[in-house]
Design a protein around this ligand. Structure first.
Ligand code: SAM
Ligand code: SF4
Length: 368
């Protein structure tokens, strides 16, 4: 069996919960303790007994990994280094919220071998940040980018969100220009999604917020134009990178490679199965401490499901998919080419510019 090359670790803590977020997270520090970190490390050890782990990419996501205290982060990072061979590691990403990174933490991450930071800025406009319920200001985010650069991080991703209630086209353009001027290696620009069971979703359903597809499309086009002109390649619908600075971890996941996820709510794709850990930090700790598996759901991935996922994720990338994968849907494929949403590129098919604006609908065509 080949080794596991991609590892995700979910840190489910945030200083404050955002009203649009549907990730499994907890506010404050109730479970943010040594027992949680020990459970993560024990889970890793148990996994490493059943299957060799030789990471090429490590990804600490959340939640907000940088909401751990400096000594907790140090304990976790050195615990990982002690338990895993890292000589093949190419990329180690940590997600960060601008309110939680001071120079000491930035240096600590760099010294431990982390070489990529993904910073959740969302906007450079203080009114938009307020609407999003973010706990940081635009000035604080700018200082954090400078702190990361001072700590010699070359790979910095900035997360932005557009179509936020009240955000104008001019404000979004200004967010893009401010981000470009800071020269990050990577920019993720997400259209706000109203996720079920969030405060934002409730406000949408009771009419406090409204959606405007035309406005969303204009902001998406502006994103492609401005980031493209500035030298960022849109290698995935929401992800733009300077050449060579794409997220290797995310590409591996989108390409359907195997990965192991640790921590509450984390998914893994291993041995033809999709597994998910319990979405409860205290329960995760109890299970791991007791020597039980923290996995609560396990789905066997049939070949047809794997194929559909490969197509859905592949079409979101600018490299597209091998045309032969779409042969069960020959009629749909030709129709989408005819109406200008898909285009051929050698043996591959990919979304056209217009197709990128309708990516979900195009992907749907191959799901039946
Ligand atoms: C798991 S969060 C990690 C970053 C960190 N916790 C933070 O928020 O600063 C990853 C990114 O997903 C995006 N995101 C979260 N919820 C979203 C939503 N409902 N719609 C669109 N993007 C969202 C945000 O840009 C966020 O930075
Ligand atoms: S800080 Fe990030 S992970 Fe935490 S609630 Fe906000 S968007 Fe979600």
């Amino acid at each position: 069996m080949s080794p596991i090359e991609h590892l995700y670790i979910h840190i489910p803590f945030c200083p404050k919960l955002c009203p649009y977020c549907c990730f499994y997270v907890e506010e404050g520090s109730k479970n943010k303790n040594r027992a949680f970190l020990d459970a993560l490390l024990k889970d890793l050890e148990v996994q490493a007994q059943t299957r060799e782990i030789l990471p090429r990419t490590l990804y600490f996501g959340g939640g907000t990994p940088t909401s751990l205290l400096a000594d907790q982060l140090e304990y976790l990072l050195s615990g990982i280094r002690d338990r895993l061979p890292l000589h093949r590691l190419e990329e180690w990403t940590v997600e960060a919220n601008p309110a939680t990174v001071r120079p000491e933490k930035a240096r600590l991450l760099k010294d431990a071998g982390v070489n990529r930071i993904s910073l959740g800025v969302q906007s450079w406009n203080d009114a938009t940040l307020k609407t999003l319920g973010r706990m940081h200001s635009s000035a604080q985010a700018r200082t954090t980018v400078e702190t990361l650069k001072a700590a010699a991080f070359e790979a910095i991703n900035i997360d932005l969100m557009f179509s936020v209630p009240g955000q104008t086209q001019e404000q979004w353009e200004s967010d893009l220009q401010t981000t470009i001027a800071l020269e990050p290696s990577h920019i993720s620009a997400y259209c706000l999604t109203y996720e079920e069971d969030t405060e934002y979703f409730r406000k949408l359903t009771n009419g406090q917020f409204t959606q405007d597809e035309g406005h969303d499309a204009r902001l998406f086009e502006l994103t492609m134009d401005r980031l493209g002109e500035a030298g960022y390649r849109q290698y995935e619908i929401s992800n733009h990178a300077r050449p060579g600075c794409e997220s290797r971890h995310n590409i591996a996941c989108w390409e359907g490679r195997e990965y192991l996820g640790l921590g509450p709510s984390a998914f893994s794709t291993l041995g033809g199965e999709r597994l998910q850990n319990v979405c409860d930090t205290a329960e995760y700790v109890r299970k791991v401490e007791a020597g039980n598996s923290p996995v609560f759901s396990r789905e066997s991935l049939a070949a047809a499901t794997l194929l559909k996922e490969k197509i859905a994720f592949g079409l979101r990338m600018d490299t597209g998919v091998e045309e032969s994968l779409l042969s069960p849907w020959a009629g749909e494929k030709e129709h989408l080419v005819d109406i200008g949403l898909l285009e051929k590129s050698g043996s591959r098919l990919r979304l056209t510019r217009r197709g990128r604006m309708l990516a979900d609908a195009v992907g749907e065509a191959f799901m039946g």
